[in-house]
Design a protein around this ligand. Structure first.
Ligand SMILES: *Cc1c(COP(=O)(O)O)cnc(C)c1O
Length: 371
């Protein structure tokens, strides 16, 4: 059994992927070829925003977004410690300080009710992460941001395709950032990412920053990076995008089925106590289940038992960012994140899991989670 199955998907779209890659090899515009613009337009339509700027990774999407907002030394950015390193890392790379606000115990996303207390005169942005495939409470976060005149950057690296009150992730705030790392819900065959916004001036800035701060050839009004989206990755992503809405539905169905099967065996939704917790999808949200993440009491023995049964697991994430040596000067104590980091464990998740896989996995889970 695989944790993520990319081969089954490739077999379904092989002809289209191969045809699109060959078209790039034939025209030879490897940097900013026509597929990049075609993909950006298709992604902007999918998300429901005016502008999409393709970039070289999800990490660079966060960097480019913050650079466009002018975030730098001495500034503070409010975010969650319960995320992949890139979120806090890019804040620190710009010389700014990550201010970590604790998470909700059920969704693992930033607890909007704790944000306001963390705002200082140095706060320049709020950066929620839509973890494991469901959006943070963006309306509540936007309301606080509006009150204090702050922009909101959604780190939607795990939530591309998810909806929040009927609207799509990455189109819910000042800027939405996502990743097309191969294992993300929409993944390329290498590194890629994108920034989304309805603000034309910000879109222009982000585009310039992703090409060395250049506004026309060899003219550089500002510092940027080499952060462009590859033409070959754009070609692959165009082929995958055709299949994506169907895969988003499969992910939601598989996630719900997993939850049903586990709760039938006594698991409780996250935040409700007990020895085994299923993911809780908040009202108004749909999840793309970038990860299907449980909580267990004795993670070490759980992982060993799963491994013995041939079922791979992974831990997202074992250490909250404010406990990472690289971010030791960050601000914020976050006990809910600390507790979650000790108990979370993710199961195999991809759109091609069959019902018999889910039955076998959940049977093993319920045995491995007891004592
Ligand atoms: C994957 C991920 C990133 C970084 O994306 P890359 O494309 O790997 O650079 C950032 N934030 C979160 C929450 C992620 O899961």
């Amino acid at each position: 059994m695989k944790f993520i199955d990319l081969q089954t998907q490739y077999r379904r779209i092989e002809d289209d992927v191969d045809r699109r890659i060959k078209a790039v090899l034939a025209h030879g515009q490897y940097i900013l070829g026509p597929e990049v613009t075609e993909l950006e337009n298709a992604l902007a339509d999918y998300v429901g925003v005016e502008h999409c700027v393709g970039v070289s990774s999800g990490t660079d999407a966060l960097l480019v977004a913050m650079m466009a907002l002018g975030i730098g030394a001495g500034d503070e950015v409010i975010t969650t410690p319960f995320t992949f390193i890139a979120t806090g890392e890019m804040i620190a790379l710009l010389g700014a300080t990550p201010v970590f606000v604790d998470i909700e115990p059920d969704t693992y996303n930033i607890d909007a009710s704790r944000i306001e207390a963390a705002i200082t005169p140095r706060t320049r942005a709020i950066m929620p992460v839509s973890l494991y495939g469901q959006c943070a409470d963006m309306d509540a976060i936007n309301a606080i941001a509006d009150k204090h005149g702050l922009p909101v950057i959604e780190d939607g690296a795990q939530s591309f395709g998810a909806t929040y009150k009927g609207r799509r992730s990455c189109g819910l705030s000042t800027i939405g950032c996502t990743s097309f790392f191969p294992s993300k819900p929409l993944g390329g065959y290498g590194d890629a990412g994108a920034c989304f916004t309805n603000d034309a001036a910000l879109a222009k800035l982000m585009r310039e920053i992703s090409v060395h701060g250049q506004d026309r050839r060899y003219h550089h009004p500002r510092i940027g990076i080499n952060g462009r989206l590859d033409t070959l990755q754009a070609a692959v992503l165009l082929a995958k995008l055709d299949l994506f809405p169907e895969e988003v539905e499969s992910r939601a169905r598989i996630g719900q089925r997993y939850i049903e099967l586990l709760e039938a065996r006594g698991a409780k939704p996250a935040g409700q106590g007990g020895d085994l917790n299923t993911p809780a999808v908040a009202e108004g949200n749909t999840s793309v289940f970038a990860q299907f993440t449980l909580q267990v009491s004795d993670r070490e023995s759980f992982i060993e038992k799963m491994q013995a049964a041939g079922i791979p697991t992974a831990v997202h994430y074992p250490v909250p960012l404010n406990r990472q040596p690289a971010l030791a000067n960050a601000i914020g104590e976050t006990p809910v994140s600390e507790a979650a980091a000790k108990r979370v464990v993710s199961l195999p998740m991809h759109p091609y899991l069959r019902d018999e896989d889910l039955t076998a996995i959940t049977e093993t889970v319920s045995q491995a989670a007891v004592g």
